[in-house]
Design a protein around this ligand. Structure first.
Ligand code: SF4
Length: 339
């Protein structure tokens, strides 16, 4: 896809390299995608597929010794993230592009009250007084559904439940009304009921504020609930990208098909769930040709010698597979996403 006037984030040829015994290994390798204003894009894949590193790279937060390399370009709202100085980058982080992490227990400061932590974000980025920042923090806690927000604001993270801590993280990310929120598995550590509430909260806040949401998840149930567009990653590469309805109706990469076959569906309790055989190969030990070859039920000789490229399979729908045009490999629709 090419950038349009609606494009808020444009990522091209992103590579994240780590030093390995035999030279650099690429945890993210040539990833390109866009996020439009107000859009919800889901980045999907198993652990180790590079989705979290992709998200960290957008804010230049790749942990060393990893580094962004190659001809990568990340443009956010017209600014080239990779060439900004630290000061300019700090003013974007939190204020215009904010991140919600998977595990609030480690992301929150245990020795500061949650109100102070949210107020601190406001004070760093604005000229608000301490009183005004505190009032904004309390108002934001109420907005994310925390009852008795003035009292909760004075509590420490360990005094709150897991669901409430995640709401605090969301409040902290949204208090300055960023244009893009990156949420990395924001509900994975929560039980199913709280998970549904947090997703509903994110959906509601997105509708009310018009923010764009880049949601990183391994859970296709979450994708069906939330996404307008889906990017599937495997071994550091994008293997399929599609509008959510197209992805569920005509998944075109064998990896996406495998993920969908492994997804439990309401009302179809008798259906046998299948899993994708094997696991994501370690960095530096990818098979030749197609990185999914060792796990693919359709692999042919060509897959061992030639790396597939992304090919169009429909409107705004691409997949990285040599056999993508062969209708015999199409699977039955796998459950409709929520509209
Ligand atoms: Fe499977 Fe070959 Fe397609 Fe890779 S290119 S997903 S091995 S059929």
């Amino acid at each position: 896809m090419t950038a349009t006037p609606q494009t808020l984030l444009d990522v091209q040829s992103l590579q994240v390299a780590f030093p390995g015994a035999g030279g650099d290994v690429y945890a993210v390798d040539g990833v390109s995608f866009q996020v439009a204003n107000g859009e919800t894009v889901c980045l999907v894949g198993e652990s180790g597929c590079g989705k979290s590193l992709t998200a960290l790279a957008l804010l230049r937060l790749v942990p060393p010794p990893g580094r962004i390399t190659g001809p990568a370009h990340i443009v956010f709202d017209g600014r080239d993230i990779l060439s900004l100085d630290e000061r300019a980058l700090r003013s974007i982080r939190g204020r215009e592009m904010a991140m919600i992490f998977q595990e609030p227990t480690t992301a929150l400061n245990p020795v500061l009250t949650v109100g102070d932590q949210i107020a601190e974000v406001v004070r760093v980025h604005t000229t608000c007084s301490a009183r005004e920042a505190w009032d904004q923090a309390v108002a934001m806690l109420a907005r994310v559904g925390i009852a008795d927000a003035p009292a909760r604001a004075t509590q420490y993270p360990h005094e709150l439940s897991g669901g409430m801590r995640q709401r605090v993280m969301i409040a902290m990310a949204l208090v300055l009304s960023p244009r893009l929120v990156i949420a990395d598995e924001p509900t994975t550590a929560l039980d199913v009921t709280i998970q549904a509430q947090i997703l509903e909260l994110l959906r509601d806040l997105r509708t009310r504020t018009g923010m764009a949401l880049l949601l990183i998840t391994h859970d296709l149930g979450v994708v069906a609930e939330m996404a307008s567009r889906v990017i599937v990653m495997y071994a550091g590469r994008v293997v399929e990208e599609a509008p959510v309805e197209a992805l569920f109706a005509t998944p075109s990469h064998p990896y996406t098909q495998g993920l969908l076959s492994a997804m439990p569906r309401l009302g179809d309790e008798q259906a046998r769930l299948t899993t994708i055989r094997g696991s994501v190969p370690p960095l530096g030990a990818l098979p030749s040709g197609c990185a999914f070859r060792d796990r693919c039920p359709y692999a042919v000789d060509r897959c061992a010698v030639e790396e597939p490229r992304l090919q169009s399979v429909g409107a705004s729908h691409q997949a990285r597979c040599h056999l993508v045009q062969e209708p015999a490999r199409r699977v039955a629709p796998a459950g409709a996403p929520r509209s």
